[in-house]
Design a protein around this ligand. Structure first.
Ligand code: FES
Length: 586
């Protein structure tokens, strides 16, 4: 066995790659490499193995994250692909964030995970990295971190969970979670049935089975070109998912040698493709925030007015819940992303580069031929003629707010009503189910203090429950407004991301119960119908709502978090210079 430690080339500063990457600083590069090899050999590695290109594999397995429950199997398959490609796989851990196991909210931890990902990619020797994510915040965090680190990277997702069956009815997380909980609140089903359906909603490991944020970010990643073609839709428990993992490992070795970096893939064209796909899939509103944050890492800003224009000219073609009927496994069986790409091709930048080294258009040419299916509609027969998300402005949202119109009640899209205001989540919890709550079906529920700073972390509390007294009368939807987010799996007439948020001095902080509010999705308007002079008096009388002192990560978060239109990223993590704005005017 050849020992290369004493080879003078090993200490040469000109030589890079593999174990020589990012040597620990002892003031003696040759000694640093000597020491590094000595330690890794303690794990039984040979020089032959250590001379290979190194592919880091981000391990986000956690007992707290069932959406990542197949990560160990994926690491095995990625490692096999890396070995087959001639590289050396090196799995390493980062933090893992699950939606239901993160207090106060997973979004609070997304930026922390992005920092962990970026710094561990930078700190450890690797020529390329495979990012294994899946649950809502993990893929955005990994792409944000990888974009900043700019080491060749490829995204692999864990894949969607399987659907279950409750008394003969097909169910999946988490649109059906909310639907059944709504029925339970309305006394339509009893405690036994809600306990029974709790066993059936999540039928396997993997990510939510509808077009929630995880599914959206998987498809958006494939549209960005940072994931293998066909990588978005295979469910977690399938052989297709394992095969994609193996191919991802082999591709990572090619990335390690070609040195194709994330910033060469994450271009303005790529982000426009991703936004187009987001609109066409009726995707999660959260993806706007995540795409803005990822783009911000590479110096690309998002113009929400142009995004709205893009939405007006992009039909919704994918028939998945919550906007439509099907689940992710159905989209996979219907041909996956390629089926959508074919319909959207005239609206996409097909020359955009992907991790394979080929363009999106070249990958489409290589995709399996189309066949008859009813999950992805032809562009001439869309589910909705316009994209799923509209951008609103007005004195209640001077920066912006958004509404997922594809999941809203058409009868409420042009609506004026009386505000019923909740000052914060605690106030909501205390009063929403009270029989004394003064509320009628045409009223507008307003929730404050759930923005990036106010909560903090912009939780998914924007899906306010229908007050119990109205739910019992059969009311299924009301106009609801907040500075927070909602799960991509939720549906309803819900205005989100109101910016500036209440805690940052937005007009939202001044709304009082009884005020009148007007929503016009047609005119993209969100207005508080209170005279300016009255609002000025209310602002003058209002005390600061800043949450005050904090320590540790919370202090960093409160000092540095940006508003929704900047991706809720930390200001010091965004690129120093903006070099492009997307979508570009057509
Ligand atoms: Fe993980 Fe829905 S909770 S994807």
């Amino acid at each position: 066995m050849q020992n290369t430690i004493n080879d003078s080339d090993d200490a040469s500063p000109q030589l890079e790659g593999g174990m020589r990457n990012g040597l620990t600083s002892y003031g003696d590069a040759a000694f640093s490499l000597f020491l590094r090899k000595a330690f890794i050999k303690g794990a039984g590695y040979t020089d032959t193995a250590l001379d290979r290109p190194i592919v880091g594999i981000v391990n986000t397995a956690s007992a707290y994250n069932p959406c990542h429950g197949n990560v160990p199997a994926l690491i095995d398959a990625v490692s096999r692909g890396v070995m087959l490609g001639g590289g050396l796989p090196m799995p390493f851990p980062t933090i893992s964030v699950h939606e239901s196991f993160a207090y106060p909210t997973s979004m609070y931890l997304r930026n922390l995970m992005s920092m962990d990902t970026e710094e561990m990619i930078r700190a450890q020797p690797m020529d390329a990295v495979v990012l294994i994510g899946g649950c809502d915040k993990t893929v955005p965090a990994q792409l944000m971190g990888a974009a900043s680190a700019n080491v060749p990277a490829i995204q692999l997702v864990t894949g969607s969970m399987l659907t279950g069956s409750h008394r003969g009815e097909r169910v999946g997380a988490c649109t059906d979670c909310r639907r059944f909980w709504g029925r339970y609140r309305a006394d339509e089903i009893d405690a036994d049935e809600i306990a029974s359906v709790n066993d059936k909603l999540v039928a396997s490991v993997g990510t939510c089975s509808v077009m929630g944020t995880a599914s959206t970010m998987a498809l958006v990643s494939e549209a960005l070109g940072i994931m293998l073609p066909g990588g978005a839709t295979p469910p977690a428990a399938t052989a297709d998912r394992i095969r994609i993992a193996e191919e991802t490992g082999a591709t990572a070795v090619r990335l390690a040698t070609s040195r194709l970096t994330p910033r060469e893939i994450l271009t303005a064209d790529a982000f426009e493709n991703a936004m187009r796909v987001l609109m066409a899939i009726g995707g999660s509103t959260n993806a706007i925030i995540h795409l803005t944050a990822i783009a911000g890492r590479v110096g690309i800003a998002v113009d929400l007015t142009e995004l709205d224009r893009m939405g007006r000219e992009t039909p919704v073609l994918v028939d998945l819940k919550p906007s439509g009927r099907f689940y992710m496994e159905d989209l996979h069986k219907a041909g996956g992303f390629a089926a959508l790409l074919r319909e959207l091709a005239p609206l996409l930048h097909l020359q955009a580069l992907t991790v394979t080294g080929r363009t999106l258009g070249e990958e489409l040419d290589r995709a399996p031929p189309p066949f008859a299916q009813d999950v992805v509609r032809p562009s001439g027969n869309p589910i909705h003629p316009q994209g799923g998300i509209a951008v609103l402005r007005g004195n209640l949202a001077s920066n912006h707010a958004i509404i997922k119109q594809s999941a809203a009640d058409p009868a409420l899209m042009e609506h004026e009503g009386r505000a019923v205001v909740f000052e914060n989540v605690d106030d909501l919890v205390a009063r929403i189910d009270s029989d004394d709550l003064d509320v009628e079906p045409n009223d507008i529920l307003v929730l404050k203090q759930i923005g990036p700073v106010g909560a903090p972390g912009m939780p998914e509390a924007g899906y306010l429950p229908i007050p119990r007294k109205l739910a019992r009368r059969g009311v299924k939807d009301m106009l609801r407004i907040s500075d927070g987010r909602m799960s991509g799996t939720a549906a309803g007439t819900i205005v989100l991301h109101v910016s500036p948020e209440a805690a940052a001095g937005g007009t939202l902080a001044l709304v009082r119960s009884g005020d009148r509010i007007r929503l016009s999705v047609r005119n993209r308007e969100l207005s508080l119908l209170v005279p300016e002079q009255e609002l000025a008096q209310r602002a003058h009388a209002k005390c600061s709502t800043h949450p005050g002192t904090a320590r540790g990560y919370r202090k960093l978060f409160l000092q540095s978090v940006t508003q929704a239109e900047h991706g809720v990223d930390f200001d010091f993590l965004r690129a120093e210079e903006i070099t492009a704005t997307v979508p570009r005017p057509r």
